[in-house]
Design a protein around this ligand. Structure first.
Ligand code: 13P
Ligand code: SF4
Length: 349
């Protein structure tokens, strides 16, 4: 089995970008939300947010990687697929998305008539930003017959250039439905693409992007952790490197990892994904032990700083001020909707 990877100038740049998220230049408007509510306690903010939810008929969606207090007050906490589905089917007038930009943007693409808010519109995803449309268009042109399957962690421009969107929950399910002889470009995460290609024994052309949070785990320190905790089961997100995945007892999306910790008979887990998920894991299995996978000997957490930009104060302020609002140009929205709709059709709930 051969996994075709493309190494070129743009791929080198991609690797540099994903290794240095702090170097990312966000071009989105940074709103000054968050000021003025820091004096309130969490309890007070919970009460005010709940009141605003009712008054605005708002639905608060939060990813598992956000801070615990955001997860506590959200209506739905989930992985990227569960949140996209929730954004698609709801009766709310307002969607408040505590996650990263591409998630709120996807919600807006699915709901042009609704007000979509983010606590901090500057919370981008470096993986998504590592695949700019101008470079991707040139990359795609090299494979004229290829079908483009793109991870939802991408910009609306990239979705518009794609045939099908996917998440880590349904990537395998979607690739399985594509005829064997069809050439596939998979972008932007090379680790997820490589994992699926290996599992399905299927050649795919991979864009060389990665998530700096998951790509931070290395075999060396993971194996050290396994030796230190011989009774613990290693579980890993497919955005991790192959050198880590090959040692994992279970590989899955954030939600699949969570479900596995509930159903497994193991009592201890080394968790190779963003540690925000530990909040739900401990909540669902209070008697089990969860050890965040080490990034290096000094650092036992590989944290997504962009997800943590969502604070309770900013959540309250964005609802109060009804901004920052997520807007998508109508032509771009229509162009990007097809690949998202295809994903939802190919992986019904
Ligand atoms: P899932 O939500 O599909 O597990 O993906 C993880 C992630 O990195 C989201 O940005
Ligand atoms: Fe992007 Fe990785 Fe953060 Fe997810 S965890 S939002 S892929 S940087």
């Amino acid at each position: 089995m051969m996994i075709l990877t493309i190494i070129s100038n743009k791929c080198v740049t991609t690797a540099l970008v994903c290794n240095h998220p702090e170097n990312q230049t966000m071009t989105r408007d940074l709103d000054s939300t968050g000021a003025g509510s820091a004096a309130f306690s969490h309890e007070e903010l919970f009460g005010r947010i709940r009141t605003l939810k009712k008054e605005m008929n708002a639905l608060v969606l939060a990813h598992y990687y956000t801070v615990p207090e955001i997860q506590q007050v959200a209506d739905i906490v989930g992985d990227s697929l569960a949140l996209a589905r929730a954004a698609e089917k709801n009766d709310a007038d307002v969607i408040v998305f505590a996650g990263v930009y591409f998630m709120a943007e996807t919600a807006k693409i699915l709901n042009p008539g609704k007000l979509v808010l983010m606590p901090d519109a500057n919370a981008g995803c470096p993986l998504a930003d590592s695949c700019p449309a101008d470079r991707f268009r040139i990359f795609k042109e090299q494979y004229p017959g290829a079908l483009v399957v793109t991870y939802i962690n991408s910009t609306a421009e990239i979705k518009a250039l794609s045939d099908i969107t996917c998440t880590s929950s349904n990537a395998e399910q979607i690739i399985r439905q594509i005829p064997e002889n069809q050439q596939i470009i998979f972008a932007p995460d090379k680790n997820l693409g490589g994992y699926i290609a290996k599992k399905l024994k299927r050649e795919m052309i991979l864009w060389q992007g990665c998530c700096y949070v998951h790509d931070a785990f290395s075999e060396r320190y993971i194996l050290q952790a396994c030796q230190q905790h011989p009774d613990a089961e290693l579980i890993a997100h497919p955005e991790c490197r192959e050198e880590v995945l090959r040692h994992a007892a279970f590989i899955g999306s954030t939600k699949a990892l969570l479900q596995h910790t509930v159903s497994s008979s193991a009592k201890q887990f080394i968790v190779a994904t963003e540690p925000g998920i530990l909040y739900e894991m401990k909540k669902l299995s209070p008697l089990k032990t969860f050890i965040p996978a080490p990034k290096d000997p000094e650092n036992h957490h590989s944290v997504c700083t962009q997800m943590k930009q969502n604070t309770l104060e900013k959540l309250y302020q964005c609802m109060l001020l009804r901004k920052p609002e997520i807007l998508v140009d109508e032509k771009l929205r229509v162009a990007s909707l097809g690949s998202i709709r295809r994903m939802l059709e190919m992986s019904p709930a």
